[in-house]
Write a protein that binds this ligand. Structure first.
Ligand code: HEM
Length: 407
């Protein structure tokens, strides 16, 4: 097997899995010399290597950026957010955020999320009945996390028209770390507008209690410590930039994966209680976050390769999640009954995704409702349009069919 791994190659982005398989077998630690727009970097492709590295932040630091962008930390004019801090500062911040952003808060949103999903599916159904070609990603998957984030943060209905474009612009900046792209400016504008908006909301909540996540973040206290405005703004930024496209893609990928595996779909139709586990399996096979970087804080020897201090190392989560050493010979197949002890779609260690409950709940509800309304819904990936990103594997458009038939 020859390793053809070029993160900028459109063919690689369309189907990165053969390259990941080759890397796992032949070059578990691979050196990429760099290219226009990409600095020199190394990549890890095997599950165990990535699992150990992300759990060792003293050696593999997040503080020098997670993508290839040369000025990633300063580019939006905001201080480093939680995802780019190392312990112990990150640990303290995360404990405080955890006082407010609880699994219970997410679980309490279940009915609201279900109502929203049903509304979106009704729209999809109506349009299909009128003969329109319908786009699952634009009509259901993508609006869903925008609704969840806005509701969670307490953005009132009247301000939501402004919120959605901020989410779209920041997601784009976040997704394409290679970017020399003309949209970058609009990302800057979106960041400035959104930060201005949330600054005002935080100030308001400092004087008057609110029963939403922003209010809870303002009130959170641990050992006499409270979150500063910047801490809260940074957290809002990571939630918005990192929690929307990733969650939307999970739903769209779920439908593409089920379209290709009718037997697996049958299992979910016969026993919908399998869906919440199946969602993790969708994420394992089509990891929304394909990879993120760490930087070495000292020289490291691994698989006979010596990484210098300051080496940028891309942790290929999506490759790890298909590693047969961890998931067996069927690692590349969908098995909705698989219940692995661990996977890396949400990373692991100090930066383990703090929004995993929210991501899982909304995707579970969306797949439940889609299969209940349209048991044979099918997606043809060859007719869809993906975002052109190395870091996040996601859809822009995904037409679906077979909406009329019921079991
Ligand atoms: C399917 C959806 C999602 C996926 C695949 C995902 C994936 C990830 C991954 C891989 C990380 C670790 C980053 C690293 O390795 O440096 C992460 C961190 C994070 N995620 Fe998510 N995420 C998702 C949804 C969400 C949502 C919905 C939210 C918020 C509502 C969220 C908030 C965060 C935050 C705040 C962090 C930083 C945690 C820290 O640094 O301590 N994510 N996510």
């Amino acid at each position: 097997m020859t390793v053809a791994y070029d993160p900028l190659d459109p063919a690689f982005r369309a189907d990165p899995y053969p390259a990941y398989a080759a890397l796992r077998e032949e070059r578990p630690v691979h050196h990429h010399p760099g290219a226009p727009g990409i600095p020199e970097f190394w990549s890890f492709a095997r599950f165990d290597d990535i699992w150990d590295a992300v759990r060792e932040p003293a050696t593999y630091s997040s503080a020098r950026g997670l993508t290839f962008h040369p000025d990633e930390i300063g580019k939006l004019g905001i201080p480093p957010t939680i995802v780019m801090l190392d312990p112990p500062v990150q640990t303290a911040l995360r404990s405080l955020i955890g006082r407010a952003f609880t699994p219970r808060r997410i679980a309490s949103m279940e009915q609201k999320i279900r109502d929203f999903v049903r509304e979106r599916i009704a729209d999809l159904t109506e349009r299909a009945a009128a003969g329109e070609e319908v786009d699952l990603h634009q009509l259901v998957s993508s609006p869903l996390p925008v609704f969840v984030l806005a509701d969670l943060l307490g953005v009132p209905e009247s301000d939501r028209a402004a919120f959605a474009p901020w989410v779209a612009a920041l997601t784009q900046v976040q997704n394409d770390g290679f970017a020399v792209d003309p949209e970058q400016l609009s990302g800057m504008d979106a960041a400035a507008q959104m930060m201005g908006y949330f600054s005002e909301q935080i100030t308001h909540r400092r004087t008057c209690e609110h029963d939403d996540l922003l209010g809870a973040l303002v009130a959170a206290e641990l050992d006499g410590e409270r979150l500063s405005d910047w801490d809260i703004l940074g957290f809002c930024f990571v939630m918005v930039a990192g929690g929307s496209d990733t969650s939307a893609s999970l739903v769209s990928h779920g439908i593409t994966l089920l379209t290709a595996a009718p037997g697996q779909r049958r299992l979910l139709l016969d026993d919908p209680s399998l869906i919440s586990g199946a969602v993790l399996e969708f994420l394992r096979l089509e990891s929304s976050v394909q990879g993120l970087a760490r930087s070495t804080t000292r020289e490291v020897r691994i698989h006979d390769t010596v990484l210098p201090e300051g080496a940028k190392v891309m942790m290929l989560y999506a490759s790890a999640n298909r590693d047969p050493r961890e998931f067996g010979e069927t690692a590349a197949e969908l098995d909705v009954r698989r219940r692995p002890d661990r996977h890396l779609a949400f990373s692991s260690g100090p930066h383990f995704c703090i929004g995993s409950h929210a991501a899982r709940l909304q995707a579970t509800i969306a797949i439940e409702e889609l299969l209940a309304a349209h048991p044979h819904i099918s997606a043809d990936p060859s007719r869809g349009v993906r975002h052109d990103s190395f870091f996040v594997r996601s859809w822009h458009h995904l037409p679906v069919g077979d909406l009329e038939s019921r079991v």
